[in-house]
Design a protein around this ligand. Sequence first.
Ligand code: HEM
Length: 393
Amino acid sequence: MTNAFSPEMRRNPYPLYQQIRSSSPLLYDPELDMFSVFDYEGVKMVLTHPEIFSSGQPSGGTFDEMLISQNPPRHTKLRALVSPAFTPRLVSSLHARIDRLARDLLDRVPTRGEMDLVEDFAMPLPMTVIAEMLGVPEVDRPQFKDWTEVTVNMSAIVTGGDAAIRAMRELTRVKDEMRRYFHAMLAARRAESERRDDVIGSLLEAEVEGERLTDAQIFDFFHLLLAAGSETTTNLIGNTLLCLLENPDQFELLQSKPNLLPNAIEEVLRYRSPAQIVFRWTARDVEVHGQMIPAGKTVLVMIGSANRDPKQFDEPERFDITRRANQHIAFGHSNHFCLGASLTRLEAKIGLTVLFERACDIELAGTEPWQPVTAFHMYGPATLPIRFTARAD
Ligand code: HEM
């Protein structure tokens, strides 16, 4: 089972997923003492029952106070505080700004037609959007990449060993840096005469059960949004390019019918899900697919595998940008359903539209296989050098 997380497997985990799903969709790893659910029905069932499959670690975890680790009723209250920043209406008001950012990023790419799609475009675009939503000025943003990567790499803790110790040490460093930064930022904002109309501005005024949020609670939102809001979207854009370059017939179809782009993005979310795994912990003994999972166990919820389940999708191994019945669960399901789903869809749609306007004849530069991102629960290329013919704006 540990092999499922080796770098080679992570480039293409799908044959292994298929093999496990077709023998027994619930797998127990005695070495790590963990269960994994691989089929669509099982994954959906786990995500629908927070009273059995808790989002918080029973022994306490690093992200205990964050929204993502809470269960109802506390989860419901905290989520209500931050949801207003992500309504479809508010998100669509960011259209012009995202378009401008995408064009500015491509203006910096040399016209000779070479770039690292991830480094030069797919990473800075969502990172700038979330930084602006959080009210962080441009000069402070270079630290963001480090903070985000270290936070996302915390999934290493689940597998234990040296990687877990390193991840924990790095997170302590980054959290100290972030806290210092955040408290200075809050102090500066409190000294301002007018409230700013951004996410931090509304959290400063929000109340739960009649009480204002503490600075520590606002910090947890800041940290979560920063971590959740960038690398996932970066992977979505990188994975879209991988899918289209591997399937030239689909790329041609998209070029001839650009209005298929939103549907193509949904297919990428299904076919190469940027978040492959989410975590739950059993609150009591529970039977899944005829096997008993005792209370207190870690359960890996294999979203990436569920999205290729033939019981749910016709020809799941085919990348088809015209797919109609596509009830993928790339954004999770039920109470923790991704808050940033509309935002990331918009970022990917605008980003890719601008990219395909400005770059044609795109191909991979170099012959090395692409390198997967470090965090084992995420999926996408860490770098993606491409060549293309540049077109003027
Ligand atoms: C392709 C891009 C994205 C993917 C695939 C993705 C995926 C997910 C998934 C699977 C969950 C559920 C976690 C769970 O059930 O434990 C989730 C939750 C969340 N996502 Fe995303 N996400 C993406 C982009 C974003 C963006 C852009 C933001 C914000 C700017 C964001 C913010 C959040 C937040 C705050 C939660 C926690 C919601 C809660 O606990 O109630 N995500 N995301």
